[in-house]
Design a protein around this ligand. Structure first.
Ligand code: SF4
Ligand code: SF4
Length: 211
């Protein structure tokens, strides 16, 4: 996207002047799952639309950071239940120091080989999620790996769209930040007006349920 595009500025200004823009943020996890699952194809089509129109990542990232202020991650923790978290030697050492054990013990007790690269390690998961998850809280929060710190990978300056859009489409059913940021970005780009692919009712046409 060309952020100097006047239509972008017009829409951004309209958004910026609307104090109610995020009042409809969907935070109910069941609703995010229902809507996000129903919109997987729409979100993949949105990726193609963004790519065809040469939209940049930055406006999406700004929206995501604004949405983030309306989402309480401690009421969710879906990323800790569904992510594959790789970690390096230094991160294993930090965890070991934090919990008062050795890196070897952390490696043995809390990690498994990465199935895609057996020389590397990923955090062990159970059906409840990450081995370090307690309820909705991370027990090693201060020393959590970079993969965890960076999630949902929408920080300004990162490449959050493009090749990651298929992953974003999947995560839109699990992460309220991604779901709402995508919906807001559709509004901002005028995507709903262009969309002919989705038979699913669009959030822009029907204000989402708020919790
Ligand atoms: S899935 Fe998204 S909203 Fe949920 S805890 Fe992770 S970053 Fe926060
Ligand atoms: S280390 Fe902590 S933040 Fe990372 S997935 Fe596990 S519980 Fe979540």
């Amino acid at each position: 996207m060309n952020s100097g595009d006047s239509s972008w500025h017009t829409r951004r200004l309209a958004f910026g002047n609307s104090p109610g823009i995020f009042l409809g943020v969907v935070t109910d996890l069941a609703e995010v799952f229902r809507l996000g699952t129903a919109k997987v194809e729409e979100n993949l089509a949105f990726r193609r639309y963004l790519s065809a129109q040469h939209y940049a990542d930055k406006p999406f990232q700004i929206l995501a950071s604004e949405v983030q202020q309306h989402v309480d991650c401690t009421s969710c923790a879906n990323c800790c239940r569904h992510s594959v978290v790789s970690l390096n030697k230094s991160e294993i050492e930090h965890i070991a120091g934090y919990i008062g054990t050795t890196p070897e013990a952390v490696t043995r007790l809390y990690t498994v080989p990465d199935p895609d690269a057996p020389a590397l390690r990923i955090l062990r998961n159970s059906e409840e999620g990450c081995v370090f998850l307690d309820g909705n809280l991370c027990t090693i929060y201060e020393v959590r790996p970079k993969t965890c710190r960076d999630f949902p990978h929408v920080a300004i300056g990162t490449h959050s769209l493009g090749g990651r859009q298929s992953s974003l489409a999947r995560w839109a059913a699990l992460c309220p930040i991604i779901f709402n940021a995508l919906e807001s970005y559709k509004h901002l780009t005028g995507y709903h007006a262009h969309s002919v692919l989705s038979a699913t009712p669009l959030v822009g046409d029907q204000p989402p349920h708020s919790s």
